[in-house]
Design a protein around this ligand. Structure first.
Ligand SMILES: Nc1nc2c(ncn2[C@@H]2O[C@H](COP(=O)(O)OP(=O)(O)OP(=O)(O)O)[C@@H](O)[C@H]2O)c(=O)[nH]1
Ligand SMILES: [Mg+2]
Length: 314
C-alpha cells in the first residue's frame, strides 16, 4: 500500500501537455487514418521516439515488441498498436517499482530517515515541504532537518514550508556543519517519538568533489545516531534538464546509494520523456513527481497513470 496517492489526473495531464505534444501526439498523428500499420509507419514511430528523450535502447525495445505483436496478432488497427506501445512504456516505468507497505515500513523505524539531495535549484526544499505535508496528512509526525546551512536564506525558506505543512523543524545557524544538523535532528526525533525525519541539503553541483564528499560525511554521521539511517536517499531532478538529469543521477550515485528519484517541474516541460531513460538507465524507481509549486503538487509516481496522462489530452 502506498503511503499517499495524491494523484490528480487532470493536473498531471495538463502538466504534461508539452511532453505529450512533442512525442505522443505525433505518434497518434502518424498512425491515425492508416488502415494497417506497416513497417514504414513503425519506422516513423521509431524516429519520433528516438528523437524524444526516451532514449535509444528503450525505443528499440518498444519497436521490437510492437513488431512482434503485429506479427502474432491479426489486429493491426491503430488502437492495438497504440495499446502495445503504451503497455511497453508502462512496463519500462514499472520495472523497478516496489510494492511494499510503506506505512508499515515507516512505522517499523523510529524514526524513518529520508535524505534529500540534488543540484542547485532542482526543487529539493519545495519537495521537502510537499512531502512533509503528505506524511502529516497520512497521520505521521514529521521533523525537517535543515542541513542546508550554506545558503543564507535557506533556513527561512524551509521554515515557511514547515509552517505550511504544520510540521516541526530543526535548524542551526547559517554556516553550521550540515552533518551536525542531521545528527541532532535524528536525536530530537528519537527523544520526541517522531515518525519521520526529512533532511534537506544544500544544492551541490555534481562536479564539485568537495561538496559531493560532504554527502558521504552526512551519511556517515547519520548512521552513528541510527545505524540503519538513512532509510531513503532521494535524488531530486529538475524535469527540464533533459539529458543532463542522467549525468546528475550517475554522479550522485557515485557518492550515495540512491534509493529513489523525485522528478520535479514536470508541469510545463517538453522533456518529460527523460523519465523513461532515467529509470532504464539507473534501475531505480521514481518515487514522486512534482507538477507545480503548491503544497498539493507532489504526486506519487504511478506508471500506468503517467502513461495514460501522456496519451490523453482531454
Ligand atoms: N513549476 C514547478 N516549480 C517547482 C516545482 N518544484 C520546485 N519548483 C520551483 O523551483 C524553484 C527552486 O525550488 P527549491 O525548492 O528552492 O529548489 P532547491 O533544490 O531547494 O534549491 P537550492 O536549495 O538553492 O539548491 C522554486 O521557485 C520552486 O517553486 C515543481 O514541481 N513545479
Ligand atoms: Mg533548497
Amino acid at each position: 500500500m502506498k503511503l499517499f496517492k495524491n494523484i490528480n489526473l487532470d493536473k498531471l495531464k495538463s502538466g504534461l501537455n508539452k511532453t505529450r505534444d512533442r512525442i505522443f501526439t505525433r505518434i497518434t498523428e502518424t498512425v491515425t487514418g492508416k488502415a494497417k500499420i506497416d513497417d514504414a509507419t513503425l519506422e516513423e514511430i521509431e524516429d519520433i521516439l528516438i528523437t524524444s528523450d526516451i532514449g535509444f535502447d528503450l525505443t528499440e525495445r518498444i519497436i521490437e515488441k510492437t513488431r512482434k505483436n503485429i506479427k502474432s496478432n491479426p489486429d493491426r488497427s491503430v488502437d492495438s498498436i497504440i495499446n502495445s506501445i503504451k503497455q511497453e512504456l508502462i512496463n519500462a516505468l514499472s520495472e523497478f517499482e516496489q510494492n511494499d507497505n510503506e506505512i508499515e515500513k515507516i512505522k517499523s523505524f523510529e524514526p524513518y530517515v529520508i535524505l534529500i539531495v540534488g543540484v542547485n535549484g532542482a526543487g529539493k526544499t519545495t519537495t521537502v515541504g510537499k512531502l512533509s505535508h503528505n506524511f502529516k496528512k497520512s497521520g505521521l509526525s514529521v521533523v525537517i532537518g535543515s542541513a542546508d546551512t550554506f545558503r543564507a536564506a535557506a533556513n527561512e525558506q524551509l521554515d515557511v514550508w514547515a509552517k505550511r505543512a504544520g510540521v516541526e523543524i530543526f535548524q542551526k545557524s547559517h554556516g553550521a556543519d550540515p552533518s551536525s544538523v542531521a545528527f541532532d535532528t535524528i536525536q530530537y526525533a528519537k527523544k520526541n517519538n517522531i515518525d519521520v525525519v526529512i533532511i534537506d541539503t544544500a544544492g551541490r553541483l555534481h562536479t564539485k568533489t568537495n561538496l559531493m564528499e560532504e554527502l558521504k560525511k552526512i551519511k556517515k554521521v547519520l548512521s552513528k545516531v541510527a545505524d540503519y539511517a538513512p532509510n531513503e536517499t532521494y535524488l531530486v531532478l529538475d524535469g527540464n534538464t533533459g539529458q543532463n538529469a542522467i549525468i546528475q543521477a550517475n554522479e550522485f550515485s557515485k557518492y550515495t546509494d540512491l534509493s529513489g528519484l523525485i522528478i520535479t517541474k514536470l508541469d510545463g516541460t517538453a522533456k518529460g520523456g527523460v523519465i523513461f531513460q532515467i529509470i532504464a538507465d539507473k534501475k531505480i524507481p521514481v518515487k514522486y513527481i512534482g507538477v507545480g509549486e503548491g503544497i498539493e503538487d507532489l504526486q506519487t509516481f504511478d506508471a500506468q497513470t503517467f502513461v495514460t496522462a501522456l496519451f490523453q489530452n482531454n
